[in-house]
Design a protein around this ligand. Structure first.
Ligand code: ADP
Ligand code: TRP
Length: 319
């Protein structure tokens, strides 16, 4: 079983990214016999046109996933752009991809609605993602709900290619962690960097503190009974707890825990939960050579497989 996932280096990691994507993906990847987890820097170009920023963000994405527990002795970790076969395969796949397939992609429409410039690259983003997946003959692709359609598109493209040129690609399947809910932001809406309502993972403690203390609550008095189901502080706090600890905390809310104290408890849990990861992140930041070696080793392993796939593909299509 070959598992593959990837992360877009698009900014500072927040709690929504962690519980919604990084954590389940790393756990899933860690269980596989063979796995790939890489930083899709070429995808990031569809929304980012600042060289210094991309350079910083892609490095940060590597530090983030390693600090969050990705084991580079198990998973192949690399920058997408270090393996040029991704873009070569993308072109070939684009020639068997019906326009209609991409026109139905929800993510493209949403991005354009958000105001992102609609370039050809943004439109063909799912074809590059299909190349990412098919190049390594991945069976399963753990992704957040929002990426399910993209994996299905990759599967459709594989079918089109296999029909035209003979069996070449394994049909990948999305693996969605159904237990993962949408993580609310400090204003109660979905946490997202575009809404400015995030709680970052690796920011300075005072930034995290002020984000948590700023979570919006209703106007119930300090000792009034609170409803955990509608309280954003609780909804965030419960992500860190097992079922029995959730129940105990919910009781405290019902018994009149003040919002101030509830936030303090959340901050404590938060810092405690991420403390080892935050320490690891600082250590990795200092250890430039180690991180460079991980990336170089990963690119080497990925290239060897990618080259083999491309030999087969070129032969199949008549090149
Ligand atoms: P943002 O909304 O901050 O721009 P991205 O779209 O870059 O975040 O998200 C990267 C991944 O993190 C997505 O695949 C998505 O599954 C996950 N994710 C982002 N925000 C949340 C959230 N609030 N709850 C759950 N998962 C999330
Ligand atoms: N589109 C994915 C996201 O925004 C990132 C991605 C690119 C990806 N290529 C991939 C995810 C291949 C899984 C497999 O989160």
């Amino acid at each position: 079983m070959r598992i593959l996932s990837a992360i877009q280096p698009s900014g500072t990691l927040h709690l929504g990214n962690y519980f919604g994507s990084i954590k389940p993906n790393i756990e899933y990847v860690g269980k596989a016999e063979e796995s790939f987890y890489f930083v899709v820097d070429l995808h990031a170009l569809t929304t980012m046109q600042d060289a210094e920023q991309l350079r910083t963000y892609r490095r940060e994405a590597v530090l983030d996933i390693l600090a969050c527990g990705l084991d580079p002795t198990k998973a192949v970790v690399f920058y997408q752009s270090d393996v040029p076969e991704h873009t070569e395969l993308m072109w070939i796949l684009s020639t068997v991809t019906p326009m209609g397939l991409l026109e139905r992609a929800v993510s493209y429409k949403e991005k354009v609605e958000k105001g992102i410039a609609s370039s050809v690259g943004l439109f063909t983003y799912p074809v590059l993602m299909a190349a990412d997946i098919l190049l390594y003959h991945a069976d399963k692709v753990p992704v957040g709900k929002d990426q399910k359609q993209h994996v299905e598109i990759a599967r459709d493209i594989a079918i089109k290619f296999n029909n035209a040129f003979g069996d070449t690609f394994i049909l990948p399947e999305p693996e969605i962690n159904a237990a993962v809910a949408v993580v609310p932001g400090t204003d109660g809406q979905k946490m997202s960097k575009s809404y400015g309502n995030t709680i970052p993972l690796f920011a300075e403690e005072k930034v995290i503190k002020s984000a948590i203390m700023g979570i919006k609550t209703d106007s119930k008095g300090a000792t009034d009974a609170k409803d955990p189901d509608t309280c954003t502080v609780y909804q965030i706090h419960k992500l860190f707890l097992d079922a029995s600890a959730q129940k105990t905390l919910a009781e405290e809310y019902k018994n009149g825990l003040s919002y101030g104290d509830a936030k303090k408890k959340l901050l404590e849990t938060y810092l405690d939960y991420f403390s080892a990861m935050r320490a690891k992140r600082s250590e990795l930041e200092q250890n430039v050579k180690y991180v460079d070696d991980v990336l170089a080793e990963g690119a080497k392993k990925a290239s060897a497989i990618a080259k083999k796939t491309m030999e087969k593909v070129r032969h199949s299509i008549g090149l």
